[in-house]
Design a protein around this ligand. Structure first.
Ligand SMILES: Nc1ncnc2c1ncn2[C@@H]1O[C@H](COP(=O)(O)OP(=O)(O)OP(=O)(O)O)[C@@H](O)[C@H]1O
Ligand SMILES: [Mg+2]
Length: 254
């Protein structure tokens, strides 16, 4: 079992108006095999948390810690984090002109495992995952995310997840923009990864719909840069019904 621990994390970003604090004391512990959902209003810092875990250079950690089995994640480069088993599916996946999906996946797999995958197994694995995700074989030869529809980009993120086999995956709004069938297919992909590798999942979402397919063990409400409340799956239903009013009022008077 592995454990990813976030302790009293404070993160800021440089803007034209000066330094802007975004995360204000995040505490979160995720073990492999667990699924944690993070819900919360727009702009509360959910993606900032995801990027900070992945090591995006734009975000400055002012204090606090992120550790993976006691190892200091913040001291690791982006590559080292990926090799240590951390994976981020971005809210807005970026295009990589001139790099095909096939080459991208194989390069990433080789970098993460420290050796090239055996061609025969690799081709079989890629084909199987693409079929499972209902991705047309022609995608393999397209440039990463170039001209992909919103839903195709999200499927490509889950394709990476299935093939790279991380220990922990942060999925930032992987459900946004998916039609009902795609939502099911993508969720099944995440569940397969959970079953096959005992993956720990941090699922950022605005909707309870995906939580019917990917069952969370814990739900965290993220407000104004930190976790305001924690609970089980029932908390997600309550949020859907009531919205975030009670948290925002508390924040305004705090
Ligand atoms: N690079 C940046 N420059 C300026 N402001 C930023 C930057 N990154 C994040 N912010 C600000 O930090 C706040 C938190 O943003 P973040 O993207 O983490 O929110 P979020 O919870 O993911 O929201 P959403 O639900 O809309 O995706 C926002 O006010 C945002 O404008
Ligand atoms: Mg976001």
């Amino acid at each position: 079992m592995s454990v990813l621990e976030i302790r009293d994390l404070h993160v800021s970003v440089e803007t034209e108006q000066g330094t802007k604090p975004i995360l204000k004391g995040v505490d979160l512990t995720i073990r492999t095999g667990e699924t944690h959902a993070i819900m919360g209003p727009n702009g509360s810092g959910k993606s900032t948390l995801a990027y900070t875990i992945a090591g995006h250079p734009k975000y400055t950690v002012d204090s606090g810690s992120i550790t993976l089995d006691g190892e200091d994640v913040l001291a690791m480069s982006v590559d080292e984090r990926a090799r240590a088993g951390l994976f981020l599916a971005m809210q807005y996946p970026v295009e990589i002109p001139g790099v095909t999906v096939t080459n991208f996946l194989r390069t990433a797999k080789t970098a993460i495992d420290g050796e090239a995958p055996s061609i025969r197994h690799w081709i079989k694995d890629v084909k199987k995952s693409m079929t499972d995700l209902r991705m047309d074989a022609a995608f393999a030869e397209r440039n990463v995310n170039e001209g992909f529809s919103g839903g195709e980009k999200k499927r490509h993120e889950i394709l990476q997840l299935e093939l790279l086999k991380p220990n922990f995956a942060v999925l930032d709004e992987t459900d946004s923009g998916l039609d009902v069938d795609a939502l099911k297919i993508v969720s099944e992909g995440v569940n397969r990864a959970k079953e096959n590798t005992g993956l720990g999942v941090l699922l950022i979402t605005h909707y309870t719909r995906i939580l019917r397919y990917i069952k969370p063990d814990f739900v965290h409400v993220f407000v104004a840069g930190k976790v305001a409340e924690e609970g089980g799956p029932e908390l997600a239903d309550r949020l859907e019904e009531e919205g975030y009013d009670r948290f925002l009022t508390a924040e305004a008077t705090a």
